[in-house]
Design a protein around this ligand. Structure first.
Ligand code: FES
Ligand code: FES
Length: 208
């Protein structure tokens, strides 16, 4: 047998083996998909269509001091529950991906990006939003300081900045402008009102 023929055979064997391996893999994948979809098809035949959208959870939250019982979709974020179920639209949706801080609220006293927190996982939690800071007609000291220091321009990031600032002060991270900048770095202001924001937090920290 010539080397060329042997080489061709080897290539042929190799190609054949690859084809078999690939076919086997495709068959295995098809079987797995059929297995995965079978219960759904059976359920549909039986008249039930168990989809994720149909599975709702009942949770209890305390939002700005008020007890709330809610039926939530397991995919709903706290941000969406606040805005769409409770009509608390002060908390803003910016990136919806944890990158801008516009959605910051306090969850059991800690600041979080509410766009990243699934409501169904926080049954029993206490949530404070921008609507819960003022006491009657009296603004929270940090809200007042934002006005006095002009810590905003368009105002879209402002609720998140203020909620984050409240936590920044409570955490003891407002000892200097540099420290405030570092601990507020998760809150983006596209208008660039950073100087006023830092001054406002500095003022409010002195009162705390
Ligand atoms: S909207 Fe949540 S971090 Fe941007
Ligand atoms: S005030 Fe406009 S984004 Fe901050």
């Amino acid at each position: 047998m010539s080397r060329g023929t042997e080489s061709t055979r080897l290539r042929g064997d190799s190609t054949s083996q690859t084809a078999v391996t690939r076919r086997a893999a495709l068959q295995a994948a098809a079987s797995a998909m059929a297995f995965a979809t079978a219960p759904s098809a059976q359920a549909q035949k039986a008249g039930a269509s168990p989809t994720l959208a149909d599975e709702r959870s009942t949770i209890r939250l305390v939002v700005n001091g008020q007890p709330r019982t809610l039926s939530v979709d397991p995919r709903q974020s706290i941000l969406d529950v606040l805005r769409e179920s409770l009509d608390l639209t002060g908390t803003k949706k910016g990136c919806n991906a944890g990158a801008c801080g516009a959605c910051t609220v306090l969850l059991n006293g800690n600041r979080i990006n509410s766009c990243l927190a699934l409501a169904a996982m926080h049954d029993g939690a206490e949530i404070t939003t921008i609507e819960g800071l003022a006491e009657g007609d009296s603004l929270h000291p940090l809200q007042q300081a934002f006005i006095e220091r002009e810590g905003f321009q368009c105002g879209y990031c402002t609720p998140g900045q203020i909620m984050s600032g409240v936590a920044c002060i409570a955490e003891g991270h407002a000892g200097s402008p540099e420290e405030i900048k570092a601990w507020m770095s998760g809150n983006i202001c596209r208008c660039g009102a950073y100087a006023g924001i830092v001054e406002a937090i500095t003022d409010a920290a002195k009162e705390a």
